[in-house]
Design a binder for this molecule. Structure first.
Ligand code: AMP
Length: 367
């Protein structure tokens, strides 16, 4: 049985690695010749919108899924039109691609989110700043990731500068949240309606890029709230696959930042730190197989390797640390790999995570 995947990045590669023990085969579509999944699975090389390749992917696959939420909706519709079962549902992907639709969804489902305004002109930007106040953040409605397509706005001059740079595309202006911490929740739903949710992740970003995740994280009340919000989105879309929501936490309140209709960087720890990884559960969900247990096997920390890989011997010299090298060319700010440790206690995990950060990512601090 073959799973077709649009996008052959590290997420696709980890999906394939999780699927081989289940007897699954994979076929990817990606424009890049050196994409991370290309080392371990066949790839159709070409544009995501190439009708011929999409039809070939649809013909060859039991189900088609994504490793990148910004794939064109047209491509997903073409896949469905060629007879492929597409998971997650296209409306969920469409919502996650546009920050305005995402905010409206959160509001409809009574999931607290940042105060925001859609901005399409200088006058609307002025009005948004007046109504919401400063400081704030200007974000592109579409195609933002890892802090790209964002500008922190402290003064009116900052806003003018950001408008000059970004004003040609649709934007939103939202309040700046002086958060206590950031968390995310990841869960799977299968077409038969089964839902499985992982414990809450505590995330540390630097320059908009995730650096460290610890899980389980935070008091049970935060988990309960986040799980309830996640369930409401899963149910709303009759979702199949893995879905992630990221939150700011301020004064015990969870404020939704964004959602991702896919496996997520903050869930990489589940490969070694949970009974069933997020990658395996995504595959189980989209194939309507029973979902696996999301129970953590210990206290995990996952550290992203950014820019270039450290020598393997440095990471592997740490007892119990697991290394994942995505096989990517080094580039500043690029996620090239990650490593994970799983410890029997939270205290020991936090102590070792601090030591690992000091060696591999000096300058990144954790609370
Ligand atoms: P995003 O691309 O929206 O996930 O933003 C990337 C990161 O930028 C977030 O994880 C936060 O660390 C930071 N950030 C984004 N929006 C805000 C905001 N409104 N208030 C405070 N920090 C933010």
């Amino acid at each position: 049985m073959t799973v077709g995947i649009l996008g052959a990045g590290q997420l696709g590669r980890m999906l394939a690695l999780a699927g081989y023990p289940l007897g699954l085969d994979f076929l990817f579509l990606d424009p890049a010749k050196d994409a991370p999944a290309a080392r371990i699975a066949p790839v159709l090389h070409g544009a995501f919108t190439d009708r011929k390749l999409l039809a070939q992917l649809a013909r060859s696959s039991e189900v088609a899924t994504i490793d990148w939420e910004n794939v064109s909706l047209e491509a997903l519709r073409a896949l469905a039109g060629s007879g492929a079962r597409v998971a997650p549902p296209i409306p969920a992907v469409a919502t996650a691609q546009d920050r305005v639709s995402e905010k409206r969804l959160f509001e409809r489902l009574k999931i607290p989110t940042t105060r925001w305004r859609a901005v399409g002109s200088r006058a609307q930007l002025e009005r948004a700043m007046r109504e919401i106040g400063l400081p704030g953040v200007i974000k592109t409605r579409r195609l933002g990731y890892d802090g790209k397509g964002q500008a922190f706005v402290k003064t009116r001059d900052d806003a003018q500068r950001a408008w000059e740079e970004m004003g040609t595309v649709g934007l939103i202006y939202e309040e700046w949240v002086p958060f206590d911490c950031e968390v995310s929740i990841i869960g799977a739903r299968s077409p038969r309606g089964e839902i499985a949710i992982y414990p809450l992740n505590g995330n540390v970003h630097a320059e908009g890029i995730l650096r460290l995740t610890r899980a389980p994280y935070g008091p049970p009340r935060w988990h309960r709230l986040a799980a309830r919000y996640l369930e409401s989105v899963l149910t709303r879309f009759h979702y199949s696959g893995i879905l992630t929501i990221e939150f700011f936490v301020r004064g015990g309140r969870l404020i939704a930042n964004e959602m991702a209709p896919r496996v997520h960087n903050s869930g990489h720890w589940t490969i070694e730190g949970a009974v069933t990884s997020q990658f395996e559960n995504h595959l189980r969900a989209i194939l309507d197989l029973p979902l696996g247990s999301t129970r953590p096997t210990g206290h995990s920390a996952m550290l992203n390797l950014i820019g270039s890989m450290p020598p393997a011997a440095t990471v592997l010299g740490w007892e119990g640390v697991h290394l994942h090298d995505y096989g990517k060319e080094p580039r500043p700010g690029r996620k090239v790999g990650h490593c994970t440790l799983v410890e029997p206690t939270r205290q020991r995990r936090d102590r070792r995570a601090r030591q690992l950060l000091a060696e591999l990512a000096p300058g990144v601090r954790i609370p």
